[in-house]
Design a protein around this ligand. Sequence first.
Ligand code: DGY
Length: 321
Amino acid sequence: MRQKILITRRPPTYLLEQLSAKFDVETWDFEDQPIPRDVLLQKIDNIEGLLCLLTDTIDNDLFKKSHHLKVVSNLAVGHDNIDVKNAQLRGIQVTNTPGILTETTADLTFALMLTTARRIIEASNELRTGKWKTWSPFMLAGRDVHSSTLGIIGMGEIGLAVAKRAKGFGMKILYYNRTRKKHLEEEHGMIHTNLDELLQTSDVVSILTPLTPETKNMITLNELKMMKKTSILINTSRGGIVNENDLVAALKSDMIFGAGLDVYEQEPIPLDHPLLSLPTVVALPHIGSASVQTRMKMWELAALNLTTALEGGTPPNSVWI
Ligand code: DGY
């Protein structure tokens, strides 16, 4: 009997055809919206493989209802939407899509840095709304990115890719990571610090660590207070790492210069969220890895992980905790 898989969003047609040649495939394909929880709960007992998105919560309640599930393949490198521990306890493999999205996410991180520091959205809005009356010495003056100090929280693949870009901008690079990576320090001239020192001395703080119970709420008012008044905070990882109420308070009291955000505690961030009313915030809709090339590669890798696991092989990207 052919194994059954569920894909929680519409995949590229050629991939759907490839997967359909091997498995009985069902897709959730309704206006590019996430699969409703009750539908997922109802379908989970019927399938051996699940290809899901970061918008799907794959928790133990779901696993309790699944008696045939062998693999959960996430279309993302982050896997905080999945209860990996309980999956493992039940012998369900979890896979993700690291590596291929590294450079694209680093590009976006850098774009957000420049946009926030140089007030690019504000400047563009001034022009479009007719507020640009003349050239003026300090009109929309931002902060320099080049030659400044960058503090990277989380020195994984994306952290390193951002650091490489920063070198080209003549930046001094500090990093904070659970494990010190001496070989990177030698190779790329970066300096390992503790979190406090990084926050106190960086002009740009870039969050690139995964969301885990340890990193949840890592940046609260306490940490924001340590940052320079002229510094910016960039988050292209996961929203839960920064306490948003505290960030609003810090920005409103000019504790820091600005924030560039691609991720939020709740996604989509509600339109009446105070963060969105602040001109010093650049807010993007979680598009870190959103280039056509990279998103195609992510689909392909997620499909390969799923197929390999269902065919009894070792998927290229298993997640273990
Ligand atoms: C991820 O992969 O975790 C990103 O947030 C989406 O590409």
